[in-house]
Design a protein around this ligand. Structure first.
Ligand SMILES: *[C@@H]1O[C@H](CO)[C@@H](O)[C@H](O)[C@H]1NC(C)=O
Ligand SMILES: *[C@@H]1O[C@H](CO)[C@@H](O)[C@H](O)[C@H]1NC(C)=O
Ligand SMILES: *[C@@H]1O[C@H](CO)[C@@H](O)[C@H](O)[C@H]1NC(C)=O
Ligand SMILES: *[C@@H]1O[C@H](CO)[C@@H](O)[C@H](O)[C@H]1NC(C)=O
Ligand SMILES: *[C@@H]1O[C@H](CO)[C@@H](O)[C@H](O)[C@H]1NC(C)=O
Length: 460
């Protein structure tokens, strides 16, 4: 009898353990609630297109802020997050960092956000003021982001962050639900100039990382593509959770003050010895393809790689077996430059596993400069095929940003077993020798300053 009971109990525990090991946990901030069927096919034009290449830490803050300041009619923004540069998106007055030497334990009890007055008048992220001014001169501003608020992170009465401030001041702000996470860093100015980049709305991304972006203008087909994807996601999004009800009339007076603010664009951080990029505009005949993930980007890019005979990768990270195999099985001439640091711990271990495999297969893994005078992260996502075809992306080479397999994406809440953690991303592919030379030069300059990595190295 007892034996039978124990057997049953054992079976039960085994099954429970199996089930919980088998089903992945949902990703934090995942609001997808209906199945997504990929429908945006890569779209190609062959015509005169204007491509402006820009980079962090040299000129991205200037290019993006000025694009917003020059907007006359409309601004659409897609961004994973919207960080304050003065600590209004952290708990405590300064970034909440246990590892920091001057970590002050008393700051853990401080509020998330800043007072409305401080947010309006002291923020140093110039895109915040530029957007607020745009709203107040009558530009229609729409911002799509992720809802990253957790219950212990929402505001105490009177406290606010930049994105909620903009929302209450007259921008339309909504949060993403199409698939797991909005990972694209995207702008559309006056329905005619698009920006696609690796740049998060954070001080590190603009001022301390290597990052890459392009402004794309002069092509109605390109505009229609990016506009179409943004509008699709916008139509599925949900209203921002912070409302007027959460603030006093005194605070609302500060928030809704329509007087224009000074926009101060900081000068670039100096990294002695690094390669300093310039903003370069190429306005020529070229072949350009717009792609979005998770819609068929993997298939297109994989097919392009298979047809090419040389590949230069300048990526933040490579993770997962599928992408690691693509690189490992490549038979053409291959050069790899990846970030010496990775922010996310689990991504870091996945990337090291891939680099170890590649190394053991005979590849050289070059990592970006790790000297004390170097950038923080090399967060750009660039690859060059046959020295004439450049891809600039918001996505990394891995299963979330370029998923292979089925083009049907089931929400977690409908079926955890079928669910995949996937992101919305944008990629632009450009075939033009002048554009290519901007990126091959960047690649060789940054490559030269990097170092060969061996599996025995301990990085991060
Ligand atoms: C950029 O933002 C994404 C999304 O919020 C985050 O996952 C990633 O860690 C950030 N990366 C860097 C290097 O700042
Ligand atoms: C907030 O909650 C999350 C999830 O429950 C937890 O991991 C995190 O440590 C909490 N943060 C603070 C500052 O209490
Ligand atoms: C912007 O462009 C899209 C197509 O590219 C069009 O459907 C939309 O009406 C335009 N919006 C405005 C305000 O002109
Ligand atoms: C905002 O106000 C609403 C309605 O009073 C309330 O339900 C919600 O919890 C408040 N949110 C925050 C973040 O304080
Ligand atoms: C790469 O090679 C491995 C080992 O031969 C193989 O299992 C895998 O399918 C290949 N991957 C691709 C993407 O061709």
């Amino acid at each position: 009898m007892m034996n039978k009971f124990l057997t049953l109990l054992f079976a039960f525990v085994t099954i429970a353990a199996f089930v919980s090991a088998y089903y992945p946990e949902d990703a934090p901030g995942d609001y997808q609630d209906i199945t997504y069927y990929a429908s945006f096919k890569p779209t190609t034009v062959e015509e005169t297109v204007s491509i402006t290449s820009y980079f962090s830490p040299d000129n991205s803050i200037q290019v993006e802020t000025e694009a917003i300041e020059n907007a006359k009619v409309s601004i659409d923004i897609g961004t994973p997050g919207f960080e304050s540069w003065i600590g209004c998106t952290t708990k405590g007055e300064y970034p909440y960092d246990h590892d920091s030497e001057d970590y002050d334990d008393s700051s853990k009890d401080k509020e998330f956000g800043c007072t409305c007055d401080k947010q309006r008048n002291e923020e140093t992220f110039p895109i915040f003021q530029a957007l607020l001014n745009a709203v107040h001169r009558g530009v229609k501003v729409r911002i799509l982001s992720n809802n990253g608020y957790t219950s212990n992170e929402t505001f105490s009465y009177g406290y606010i962050d930049p994105i909620s401030f903009l929302s209450l001041a007259g921008a339309e702000v909504r949060y993403f639900t199409t698939v797991t996470f909005l990972h694209s860093k995207y702008m559309m100015i006056d329905n005619s100039t698009a920006s696609v980049s690796s740049i998060n709305y954070s001080q590190t991304s603009f001022m301390n990382n290597r990052e890459a972006g392009v402004l794309i203008a002069g092509s109605q087909t390109m505009t229609d593509f990016y506009y179409g994807v943004f509008q699709y996601d916008w139509d599925q999004s949900i209203e921002w959770p912070i409302t007027d009800e959460n603030y006093s009339s005194e605070d609302l007076e500060i928030i809704k003050d329509t007087s224009l603010l000074t926009v101060s664009i900081p000068s670039a951080t100096s990294y002695p010895g690094s390669y300093v990029t310039k903003v370069t505009t190429t306005n020529e005949d070229m072949t350009v393809t717009a792609l979005t993930s998770p819609d068929f980007s993997y298939e297109q890019i994989y097919a392009d790689i298979e047809k090419s005979s040389s590949m230069k990768l300048y990526l933040y990270q490579i993770t997962g077996d599928v992408w690691c195999d693509i690189v490992g099985n490549y038979t053409g001439s291959l050069e790899i430059l990846v970030s010496n640091k990775i922010y996310d711990k689990s991504d870091f271990y996945l990337a090291e596993k891939c680099y170890k495999n590649l190394y053991e297969n005979g590849a050289t893994i070059r990592k970006t400069d790790k000297s004390s005078s170097a950038y923080v992260y090399s967060h750009q996502k660039i690859w060059i095929l046959d020295d004439d075809t450049v891809y600039v992306s918001t996505g990394n080479w891995g299963p979330t940003d370029f998923p292979d397999g089925s083009s049907t994406f089931t929400p977690y809440k409908e079926n955890p077993e079928k669910w995949r953690r996937v992101n919305r991303d944008f990629t632009i592919k450009m075939v033009n020798s002048d554009v290519a030379s901007v990126y091959t030069t960047l690649f060789s300059e940054d490559y030269e300053r990097g170092y060969d990595w061996y599996p025995s190295d301990t990085d991060n």
